[in-house]
Design a protein. Sequence first.
Lengths: 114, 115
Amino acid sequence: AQTVTQSQPEMSVQEAETVTLSCTYDTSESNYYLFWYKQPPSRQMILVIRQEAYKQQNATENRFSVNFQKAAKSFSLKISDSQLGDTAMYFCAFIEYNFNKFYFGSGTKLNVKP
Amino acid sequence: EAGVAQSPRYKIIEKRQSVAFWCNPISGHATLYWYQQILGQGPKLLIQFQNNGVVDDSQLPKDRFSAERLKGVDSTLKIQPAKLEDSAVYLCASSSGTYPHNEQFFGPGTRLTVL
């Protein structure tokens, strides 16, 4: 069965510093996608970054980048120059290419301190 | 492009009452998802539609929950009768379901409180 594990329930970081959120997953499939979603307090979930499993190059989106280690089934999110607006729950998610079914991790609550 | 719409945004009911939630996905999106998100947890998939057919409802408590997607567009999720443990945010999401645009777009959610 496919699972997504986020081992850090809560993290804190000072504004302008860098923080890394961890995610591991389990699958027997070779084609899949990985996502990081952000859910600010009382606001809706939005996509932060996406990684396709067949691509070796790590995805980047401005201050957000991932470290994708396919063999280790690891998919961490690095947030550089943290801003107060980054305070949110972050969910790692996984989808198999052919099945369109999402699996979410339990989330990491990130608190950016001024 | 309009986003995923959900209503109502908030609902408070007594246990054993019935409640229904509505979702309008992004136009043209074939895949629609309903999730239950209990406070402090990640979203749990309840049901997934592809057009108006059910792809996965393995985690839907079918004795009390039901869902339909009329004409492959709007969807409703119903709980009858509600239990205290149903208190949660119910999220609707949609995706085009085609490579590589299988990103899910989420609605604002409906926060249900069962007293």
